[in-house]
Design a protein around this ligand. Structure first.
Ligand code: GUN
Length: 277
């Protein structure tokens, strides 16, 4: 029987703890979210982030731009937000419109307000084995979920599928820091099925169905499904289907709620950190 890693349940527990903490704070954190363009999924994610922040007592503002916004407009706004002491966390929702240099925009965020942990400063800290101000939300959520279910990481073979800056690269690094043996796979990887066969932990963050009934897996295999996409029929699907590992973080209900829980945790962490500066 597959045991489900229940991200909703853990998110609710984290929210409860955060709410208690936030209720005692005389001044609350403020999260600023930049949403540029007309990506419908991004709009849903941002609304959800705003709703969760409000529920917990975190202030939030959403700054919206049309798809033809210039790179400079966004950069100028981020510079303003960096200078504004009331703003304690900044998030640029991805993807940005294609004509905008994503890294240049992200690197304008002050590392101390970089709630996604995506600036070169914070990513560099992570990759040199030091502590960033905060860890990227989805990878942080994955590790919180594995820890909640006491899943051992040290010495295990972790296979990460996907090499994005948001998920694949940071989770590989974080698993490595927890002493896993990490194999990174991507669209050019040959014999993915042979690699999956040897995995104790699989983290799949691709956005298409890459793990399924064709795969052979180890008896105690833990699979974390991070991919989320809509098929032609409009149905929400993950990377992983028709397979019964020992543990599964499913789509929906696994990593998604944990990403938002991590965002709220990071918002509070940055606030407390900046307050003591
Ligand atoms: N787009 C999809 N997931 C994320 C995320 O975790 N952070 C940001 N900034 N954009 C995203």
């Amino acid at each position: 029987m597959t045991k489900i890693l229940d991200g909703k349940n853990l998110r609710d527990k984290i929210f409860e703890n955060l709410k208690t903490k936030l209720d005692k704070m005389p001044i609350k954190p403020t999260l600023a979210v930049i949403l540029a363009g007309d990506d419908s999924s991004s709009r849903i994610y941002v609304n959800n982030k705003k709703k969760c922040a409000e529920k917990l007592g975190i202030n939030s503002i959403v700054i919206e731009y049309p798809v033809n916004v210039t790179e400079q407009e966004i950069i100028t706004k981020i510079q303003e937000l960096n200078e504004d002491d009331k703003i304690t966390a900044i998030l640029v929702q991805l993807p940005l419109p294609k004509h905008i240099d994503k890294l240049k925009v992200i690197d304008t965020i002050s590392p101390k307000k970089d709630v996604d942990g995506l600036t070169t400063y914070n990513a560099g800290k992570l990759f040199s084995g030091e502590k960033p101000y905060v860890y990227p939300c989805t990878p942080k959520g994955i590790l919180l979920l594995l820890d909640e279910y006491n899943i051992e990481i040290e010495g295990k073979h972790a296979v990460v599928i996907g090499r994005s800056n948001l998920v694949g690269k940071p989770i590989a690094q974080m698993l490595l820091q927890r002493n896993a043996t990490v194999t990174m796979c991507h669209s050019h990887t040959k014999n993915l099925a042979d690699i999956i066969k040897t995995a104790d932990i699989v983290v799949s963050a691709v956005g298409k169905n890459v793990v399924g009934e064709k795969n052979i897996i180890k008896n105690n295999c833990v699979i974390v499904d991070v991919g989320i996409f809509r098929d032609e029929a409009g149905k929400v699907r993950g990377d992983v289907e028709n397979i019964s590992p020992a543990y599964l973080s499913p789509v929906p209900g696994g990593v998604g709620p944990m990403t938002i829980a991590s965002l709220m945790l990071n918002t509070v962490e940055l606030f407390l950190f900046n307050k003591t500066l």
